[in-house]
Ligand binder design. Structure first.
Ligand SMILES: Nc1ncnc2c1ncn2[C@@H]1O[C@H](COP(=O)(O)OP(=O)(O)O)[C@@H](O)[C@H]1O
Ligand SMILES: [Mg+2]
Length: 157
């Protein structure tokens, strides 16, 4: 069992700008084929995180919630694929239907409500667990699913 300290890091952000800035720093670590799972209840700040990450990738477009389209694609230093599985009736079908496919190997995929994919999620991923809603500070846990993703933990500081 690897040392948990190498795999997990907890940060606190006091406002949405701080969450976006954290995400922008993490984006400097992004490599093609990366998968980031954004987990947290409605209003936790998953989309705020995605907005900041896009800034870090040099994306000029406004990133909004892809809830109604399931996936939005943006061009930056790397392509960014922003998915939101909230409205998905059957997450397993999303995989079968090619929602997450080899096209995304060229870029980095950020998936809101990724936990809906359950066991279908690969171990090679970064989990971004956001705790808190409303005006509360957010406790953001970065968890590297494999050693390769530990570079995000370093980029967080
Ligand atoms: N520290 C914080 N980090 C992120 N969002 C925050 C924070 N504090 C307050 N907020 C607010 O919480 C809301 C988060 O919304 P959003 O990112 O759309 O959530 P989600 O995508 O998780 O449903 C925004 O209105 C944002 O302004
Ligand atoms: Mg959202």
């Amino acid at each position: 069992m690897p040392d948990l300290a190498l795999r997990e890091r907890v940060l606190v952000t006091r406002d949405p700008a701080a969450t976006r800035e954290l995400a922008a720093r993490l984006a400097t670590a992004a490599r093609p084929g990366d998968l980031l799972c954004l987990v947290g209840e409605l209003g936790a700040g998953k989309t705020q995180f995605a907005k900041g990450f896009a800034v870090g990738l040099g994306i000029d477009d406004v990133v909004s919630s892809p809830t109604f389209v399931l996936m939005s694609e943006y061009a930056g230093r790397l392509p960014m694929f922003h998915l939101d599985l909230y409205r998905l009736a059957d997450a397993a079908d999303a995989l079968a239907g090619g929602l997450i496919d080899e096209r995304q190997l060229e870029g980095v995929a950020l998936v809101e409500w990724a936990e809906r994919l359950g066991d279908a999620l690969p171990a090679g991923r970064l989990d971004v667990l956001i705790d808190g809603t409303g005006d509360d500070a957010r406790r953001i846990t970065l968890r590297a699913g494999s050693a390769e993703y530990a570079r995000y933990l370093e980029a967080a500081s």
